[in-house]
Design a protein around this ligand. Structure first.
Ligand code: 1CP
Length: 379
């Protein structure tokens, strides 16, 4: 056989045998994935069982998380790959979950852009020097932002090894409008009134701001995929503060750009594109529009009816959600029934079970056990 033919044979062998889940940063091999139900559900393939994971599954409802947080500041945990991996692993030790999500926070991007972000106990994130007027945008430092986030990539790569292929690893980011909101409000807000005032009073600067964030997010997600993230979720948690019209103007175009540019960049670099989830809390009014943005999965909050959502998004999108986190406080029998009912409504195809928002700190551990078991037994 000629050398050319042998080389061709080798290329075909490599293409057939190197699975996408083994390709990571610097193309290092990762352990082979054993439970890929999450990824199969995202792609619309047949699953062995309905996959389930829970937003904020690593967090304050776990006593071992509380213990670790007594010793380390929140952002120290995020920035130290060993600690971030330990916390990411905690819920997997207790529950038969079908996914892990890297421990971090959406506010690491504002930090990398030069803003101080503190995590205050019982309050949440605080940004003591927020963006108040358009002039303040000059304080942001997009150059070099990605290199200041390299610790997230390091944690992802380490976690892929620590998982030993047990379940897929999800990477994530906050969406532009949600991050803009925190950066203007200086933290969480019940109304996002200052950020919404910006949209009206400084529409051109708002666009600049949202585009700057979009660029940083695309870089950040590309880095996460290179580091080994097998799926990505974009959290547009503050969509709930916008009217439908506002969401279509200030959310949707940037969400679309994130998806399109990421796919474009990965494709050009011959890096496999991973499935992506859009979770726009409170944007049940725009499910049809969301389904047209190219995301594989649409996350639903608990205000949305599963059957109506399916009608709106059509058959080719996977739905994720959407039990009310408050239902986790019901007695086990009730929780089991509600979960089973939910799974029956969504069905086994193109569905990922989850809550309709993050699990809350006082949730009993037993509720997680009940939820996970009920999802797996429902169909
Ligand atoms: O002191 C602590 O330990 C703080 C609690 C905590 C935790 C556990 C915060 C503060 N962030 C996190 C981790 C976190 N944040 C994860 C980890 C991965 C996992 O899910 O297990 C994720 C995905 C996030 C994402 C995040 N942070 C969102 C989007 C999801 C959502 O809940 O809507 C938002 C809005 C934030 C901001 C944030 N960080 C922390 C809090 C309390 C908040 C919300 C503040 C508010 O607006 O009320």
């Amino acid at each position: 056989m000629s050398v050319g033919l042998r080389l061709l044979g080798l290329c075909i062998f490599l293409l057939k045998n190197v699975k996408t889940d083994q390709i990571g940063f610097e193309f290092q091999p990762f352990p082979v994935l054993k439970n890929d139900n999450l990824l199969r559900a995202a792609r619309g393939e047949v699953v062995d069982r309905v996959p389930v994971w829970v937003m904020r599954q690593a967090g304050r409802y776990l006593p071992e998380f509380q213990e670790l947080r007594k010793l380390h500041d929140f952002f120290t945990v995020c920035r130290t790959p060993e600690l971030a991996c330990e916390v990411t692993m905690q819920p997997l030790r207790r529950f038969d979950l079908d996914a892990s999500i890297i421990f971090s926070d959406i506010l690491v991007i504002p930090q990398a852009l030069g803003l101080t972000v503190e995590m205050h106990a019982g309050v949440g994130p605080v940004l003591p020097q927020p963006i108040v007027v358009p002039e303040d945008l000059k304080r942001l430092t997009p150059d070099g932002a990605l290199s200041r986030l390299s610790y997230v990539g390091d944690a992802i790569t380490m976690m892929r090894h620590k998982l030993e292929g047990r379940v897929p690893l999800i990477g994530f980011t906050g969406a532009p409008w949600t991050l803009m909101g925190y950066m203007i409000e200086g933290g969480g807000s019940k109304t996002m009134s200052k950020a919404k005032a910006w949209l009206n009073e400084h529409p051109e600067d708002s666009k600049l701001f949202l585009n700057l964030l979009t660029d940083a997010i695309v870089d950040y997600l590309e880095m996460q995929v290179k580091a080994g993230a097998q799926m990505l979720q974009v959290f547009e948690s503050s969509a709930e503060h916008l009217s439908k019209e506002q969401f279509l103007e200030w959310g949707v175009p940037y969400l679309k750009r994130i998806r399109d540019e990421l796919v474009d960049r990965l494709t050009k670099k011959a890096i496999p594109v991973v499935p992506m989830t859009l979770f726009a809390k409170g944007a049940g009014h725009s499910l049809k529009e969301q389904s047209e943005l190219g995301y594989d999965v649409i996350g639903l909050d608990w205000t949305v009816d599963p059957l109506e959502a399916r009608n709106l998004v059509g058959p080719n999108i996977t739905l994720q959600g959407n039990l009310d986190p408050q239902d986790m406080y019901r007695d086990p029998e009730e929780l089991r029934n509600l979960t089973t009912e939910m799974v029956h409504k969504f069905g086994k195809s193109r569905y990922i079970a989850n809550l309709g928002h993050g699990i809350t700190p006082q949730t009993p551990i037993t509720s997680m056990e009940v939820l996970v078991e009920a999802v797996h037994k429902a169909l």
